[in-house]
Design a protein around this ligand. Structure first.
Ligand code: ZN
Length: 303
């Protein structure tokens, strides 16, 4: 239970989670361009945790670096993540309470994707699909056989009870055994992945030739400018802080071409519908990268 009389920092401290004692991976090469020159942007996140957000000097990809290992993130999601978000907002947020928010979210995404979905689209793969609320809304609208992957066993059990084939685990480790999917959704998930590049490549391998890939990012630039703070836009659970430029470069490298892009009603998320194509090695425009660093310095010096 959350005592609402306490301050945000007291509520977070009461969770007893200490990122500084967690096992970490140090200074990995850039997940977008492979370069290894990082600029440290911040020394703590919005929760007050001592985590570093860094940006690749060459392409601007922003990610936590060093960051917790996959195993440490596994236990973080099992026990700390939902209570942490609840403590931050001062109200209970768990797998059940978010279901109410996920229905309108799913309906908005369905309308966004509807022009690209035809009778030839018969299967849906929802990666990071949680309890299956978003997948269920797609199944109500379109006649789809659905498969869901999520690392949290309690959430996949709930999805299974909705009649959705559910797999507990990480998509990077999953053996699709040659199966292909007509619609692939990576909804509110890409920022949490430990390896965006490998995941996108994997999804490219399992999408059918006429498939459609639906994905959204939290636009880090938008979050930073809205908050007037870089730290407030950084979160321990967002390993990646993507922007339109870095996300689109990573889509192209994995072999996805976006055919529709939309700014969501909250002005923070950017949604994409993508089709499979040949992988193309592109970099974000160097002029943009320079401007991005300049903008970060401007925001840092507002306060
Ligand atoms: Zn890079």
């Amino acid at each position: 239970m959350i005592a609402l009389a306490e301050t945000r920092q007291q509520r977070i401290q009461a969770l007893g989670f200490d990122p500084s004692t967690q096992p970490k991976e140090d200074y990995l090469p850039c997940n977008c361009c492979g370069a290894d020159r990082w600029v440290i942007l911040t020394h703590q996140d919005r929760y007050g945790y001592p985590v570093q957000a860094t940006a690749c000097n060459d392409c601007g990809l922003t990610m936590l670096n060093p960051r917790m290992t996959a195993e440490a993130y596994g236990s973080f999601y099992a026990s700390t993540y939902r209570p942490l978000v609840s403590a931050y907002h001062g109200r209970l947020i768990d797998a059940k309470t978010i279901q109410g928010e996920q229905v309108p979210y799913a309906q908005a995404f369905i309308e966004f994707a509807r022009p690209f979905i035809t009778e030839a689209h018969q299967t849906l793969l929802d990666v990071g699909g949680s309890t299956g609320v978003v997948a269920r809304e797609f199944m109500k609208c379109f006649d789809l056989k659905t498969t869901l992957i999520d690392p949290a066993p309690a959430e996949t059990a709930e999805a299974e009870s909705l009649g959705i084939e559910s797999i507990t685990g990480f998509v990077e480790d999953w053996d699709a055994k040659g199966r292909k999917f007509d619609i692939i959704g990576l909804f509110q998930t890409i920022d949490h992945l430990l390896d965006v590049s490998t995941t996108l490549t994997k999804l490219r391998q399992v999408i059918s030739d006429h498939g459609i890939f639906l994905v959204d990012i939290v636009d880090f630039r938008a979050a930073m400018l809205r908050n007037g703070s870089v730290e407030d836009a950084v979160k321990i659970d967002h390993v990646y802080s993507l922007t339109q430029e870095t996300a689109e470069a990573m889509f192209a490298r994995a072999g996805f071409r976006w055919v529709r892009k939309g700014y969501s009603a909250d002005h923070l998320h950017v949604s994409y519908a993508c089709v499979p194509t040949e992988a193309t090695f592109i970099m974000p425009d160097p002029t943009w990268v320079t401007e991005y660093f300049r903008e970060i310095r401007q925001v840092q010096n507002i306060k």
